[in-house]
Design a protein around this ligand. Sequence first.
Ligand SMILES: C[S@@+](CC[C@H](N)C(=O)[O-])C[C@H]1O[C@@H](n2cnc3c(N)ncnc32)[C@H](O)[C@@H]1O
Length: 241
Amino acid sequence: MFLKEQKTIIKLSPRLQAVAELVKPGLKLADIGTDHAYLPIYLIQQGKSPLAVAIDIHRGPYESALKQVALQGLEDKITVILGNGLEPLQPGQVDVVVLAGMGSATMIEILEAKPELVLKLQQLVLQPMVGVGQMRKWLVENGWAINNEILVKDDGFIYTVLSALPGEQSISDWLTLELGPILLKEKPPLLKDYISKMLSDYENVLINLAQTQSQEVKQKRLDLLEKINLLKGVISSGFKG
Ligand SMILES: C[S@@+](CC[C@H](N)C(=O)[O-])C[C@H]1O[C@@H](n2cnc3c(N)ncnc32)[C@H](O)[C@@H]1O
């Protein structure tokens, strides 16, 4: 996170750094759920984004964003708004929307609330805290093609960051939705750790389900076993590094 309360070049956490990395240069940016506005401040300071809008729904984060932007003397480049999702924006006002640090369901709700704006975007950069598979599914079903994916470890957790561009992409199988078409192709070493964590979560659920004998639970167990096999298949197919 941000270390010093004074005008300085912002240093981002590894998670936000990965988000910043995926933003295409030269695009007007909206950071929804900006909190402290570190991401737009960093992108403007790096010269990667020409202009930004930083939006947050809660007064505390909004005031924190206002304060940081003023501290960096970037009021002419970053507009800070107290508001809900994309609501304060006009279609065409920004080219890329970043949503980071929220669940996929909230992100999807925000994107679906303003389709006329989303239709005009050139890029989405998303870092869902949960439901990454659900996020990928929404993207490919709503005219977006995933062009980049990063796994990043920050404070013991592994986060996924997605970039999508307008376009057609067809992904329907569970494994590719969960792990990502690019990550599955590139197989970075962190993917193995990510899968291991999924396997241990699923195995814990299996243990809990073993107590119940209903038909519905039996089916759940079979589904989980199938997923576990698919994940183990990826691990046994080998990794870089
Ligand atoms: C966990 S913080 C993430 C902050 C920052 N994006 C990051 O990744 O470090 C989530 C932020 O999203 C804001 N938020 C949640 N729902 C929102 C919405 N519908 N519109 C705007 N901001 C929202 C919250 O107030 C909070 O500041």
